[in-house]
Design a protein around this ligand. Sequence first.
Ligand code: FAD
Length: 453
Amino acid sequence: MLSGNQNTRVPGRLFEAAAYASAPHSPVYWQTTGRAGQAAASLTEEHKADVVVVGAGYAGLHCARRLARAGQQVIVLEAESPGWGASGRNGGFCCLGGDLRGLESIARRWGEGDAVHYARTQREAIAFVDEFLFQAGLADSRQGHGELCLAHHPRVALGLAAQADALDRWYGVRAEVLSGEMLAARGMSVAGSYGGLYYPLGFGLQPWDYVQALAAQAQQDGVRVYAHSPVLELRRDRGRWVAVTPQGQVRATRLVIATNGYSSEQLPSWMAGRYLPVQSQIMVTAPLSDAQISAQGFSTDVMCYDSRHLLHYFRLLPDRRFLFGMRGGFRAGDDAADKRRIRRHWRRLFPAWRDVAVEYDWSGLLCFNGHGMPFAAALPGLDNAYGAFGWHGNGVALASYSGHLLGGAILGEKNTLPAVMQLTPQRMPLPAQRRLWLRLGIRLAGLADALGR
Ligand SMILES: Cc1cc2nc3c(=O)[nH]c(=O)nc-3n(C[C@H](O)[C@H](O)[C@H](O)COP(=O)(O)OP(=O)(O)OC[C@H]3O[C@@H](n4cnc5c(N)ncnc54)[C@H](O)[C@@H]3O)c2cc1C
């Protein structure tokens, strides 16, 4: 066992230390305005459990909860506090998605049936979170209905009708193609948009309140959640997993890795090279006045994003602040250049608000996998070890539901996870250089966006 004064930094992480620093660089709007964080002690001494789960975000907590409700002794170890990772600081879009490939490509590569199952799982995931919020007394915190995708390039606008057909085919949802005039009439005016596609699936939520309610429910269901308990080492000992934290350790029959963008190369070493943390950044403005809202012509409470690969995502919040997020940053933490960049993009898309104050901005890590698909399954080649990670920036719904389904699979119940979510993420080429690949990928994505490809 390590003593408390040893270095508690989790080894083998890919981003600079600021990305994993305990204190937020600037306050996260959700946490400042949301409910108090769920209390949890840190782990001391040696404990035994049936299952040890690493990571207290949506995936780890839902998995733990399902196991505990079936009578398993479950311990969740969290490096910081429940919801500290992406689950407590995302955009709150409870929506479709979870992969980089798209359903057509998944169907071509792995078969139509598997793609259909995966699409159905995404829909079920939204309903699953909806049901959880209802049970937790948070139904009123849901906001808006459906999502709007805005075409950022005339070439993309030409393909909207085909995209509407694809949404119908895969998800059974009737999407509406909206012209520029129709967008303006619905209070959805965004500069540089060439039309949009609205589909009535998904809703906005308060991500911090959701994850805190989840942590509370998990504890009520018997899960022992420990905060400030980073797992520094994982090893096998006499047929058990041993998870070592600075001041304690857990011996458990089974191990679940639910660390997503905050994963590290050697926890366990199987993870090395298979995932890529990617930064996403958010800013929130001061509340907007009626005059400001009508000057921009944007008053909808529908969740919106645009068709860029380096996408912008945005919502008008219930207190009339505006949340604007984007991908494409290279550093995580308090990067001044990234802050200037997000303001530049926001002002270009919402010119009427160029003088509105920005009161919050923060960033966090999401996770891409080597094969471009989310993963929730046993870790091949390791005894009694499982993982749930790689939601490609769309984990509010899918991480939640996948954690829950993985819990069922671990219990030996019928495994209802789609086969395409159980494929092993490959190691990326030259894994040590993968942040350089990311930089190159961001450049190429920017070029494709400029060309509307
Ligand atoms: C800025 C931003 C905006 C986003 N917006 C959206 C959105 O609007 N809609 C959407 O669907 N998705 C969004 N996402 C993605 C979504 O938030 C994530 O996919 C989801 O929260 C992942 O949940 P998780 O439980 O898998 O991981 P996380 O919530 O990241 O939890 C992983 C946890 O593991 C812990 N951990 C890591 N290593 C260790 C260790 N060694 N020991 C102990 N604990 C450890 C971390 O501290 C962390 O709390 C966004 C992400 C970001 C960063």
